[in-house]
Design a protein around this ligand. Structure first.
Ligand SMILES: *Cc1c(COP(=O)(O)O)cnc(C)c1O
Length: 364
């Protein structure tokens, strides 16, 4: 495309678009980070310079999310998938947990957890291809459940919890991967938040875990590998072993970018505005239709269809030729999906809608 770096509008669900300002900063610091004479990639994670990078990243994240002092912030690796195992291994005490299954990621977490305890599916939206968030105001929560688990924003299906489930006093665990830092959250409502950063915050290979201190236990099962204990990472400020150092550095730059923008209130305002452009168009289009119930819509992932597979294919192809890429829906859903994360500029969404209008005119 005709712009400074010939960049396209990238609607990928993840790894996804990052702010140009952040990439430019990383470029400028690539060969010699702040007079250290080396790249962050080449730097000892035990060095003072790196310690400052990771400590500042944590401090900025705490500020952005208003994270209370009795929560630890952990920078982890292993893919967000590893949290599907770490959560039950570390949090099951009575051996019982309740899962709300609203999509593939929740389902995978639910299935994985079954290896470690009695895991109940207390609600699901599978009956309508996960196109809505079920009513979770009065679920049959197990009296001895160690936690209730949700995937807060369903990346594949484009739904998001608009209100948190009533857990009846039980600890809430949330997979926030695809809505992390997209809007303010009240951290005190959660026992544990985990998020793979490649959706909204940084390069693949880092997961952020925010965990209430009383949930960090030493008495996890004997067989639990040292690396899979939250306590190992909490006791060592995420530096028990070599962390994904460069990825954390980029996350730190994104946290600074968010702070400069005005924080999560401001980010939400922009995200609402962006999503509205697309949803308003979908609600009035003669060709394209959103696939999600209106009151469950995500601000981050917007799936839509024409109702005709051939036409969907043609749309994705022509969009690509116009610099609008990665619009193919997830292989389990088909159709299209536009992921419009924090770093997607409003101009990108406007360009997409303009193109959809043109395509509609030519194909209806
Ligand atoms: C992408 C995604 C995951 C999986 O992340 P990996 O880092 O690939 O393991 C989990 N949960 C949600 C909500 C996601 O969007």
């Amino acid at each position: 495309m005709e712009n400074k770096y010939n960049r396209v509008y990238n609607f990928s669900a993840g790894p996804a678009v990052l702010p140009v300002e952040v990439l430019e900063e990383a470029r400028d610091e690539m060969l010699n980070y702040q007079n250290s004479g080396m790249s962050v990639m080449e730097m000892s994670h035990r060095s003072k310079t790196y310690d400052n990078i990771i400590k500042t990243a944590e401090k900025d994240l705490r500020e952005l999310m208003n994270i209370p002092d009795n929560y630890k912030v952990l920078f982890m690796q292993g893919g967000d998938h590893l949290q599907f195992s770490m959560v039950p291994i570390n949090l099951l005490k009575n051996g019982v947990a309740d899962y709300i299954v609203t999509g593939q990621w929740a389902k995978k977490a639910y299935t994985e957890a079954q290896k470690y305890g009695k895991i109940n599916k207390v609600a699901t939206s599978e009956d309508k291809t996960f196109s809505y968030i079920p009513d979770c105001s009065n679920l049959d929560i197990s009296p001895n459940a160690d936690y209730v688990y949700i995937c807060e924003n369903n990346t594949i299906y484009g739904t998001k919890f608009q209100t948190l489930p009533n857990t009846k006093g039980k600890v809430l665990v949330s997979d926030m991967s695809s809505c992390f830092l997209s809007e303010p959250v009240d951290v005190t409502k959660y026992g544990l938040i985990h998020a793979g950063v490649q959706k909204n915050v940084g390069p693949a290979g880092v997961q952020v875990v925010i965990i209430r201190e009383d949930l960090i236990r030493d008495d996890v099962p004997e067989w639990c590998p040292t690396m899979l204990k939250y306590k190992t990472h909490a006791d060592n400020d995420s530096l028990y072993n070599t962390p994904p150092a460069y990825g954390i550095y980029i996350c730190g730059l994104v946290f600074k970018w968010l702070k400069k923008l005005g924080g999560l209130e401001k980010m939400k305002e922009i995200n609402v505005k962006k999503a509205k452009i697309l949803y308003d168009f979908l609600d009035n289009s003669k060709l394209f239709k959103g696939t999600v119930e209106k009151n469950s819509r995500s601000l981050m992932n917007v799936p839509f269809v024409t109702g005709n597979e051939e036409l969907d294919k043609k749309f994705i192809e022509e969009a690509k030729n116009n610099g609008l890429v990665q619009l193919k829906g997830h292989r389990t859903v088909g159709g299209m999906r536009a992921s419009i994360y924090n770093a997607m500029p409003i101009e990108g969404v406007e360009a997409l809608v303009e193109f959809m209008k043109k395509f509609e005119k030519e194909n209806v």
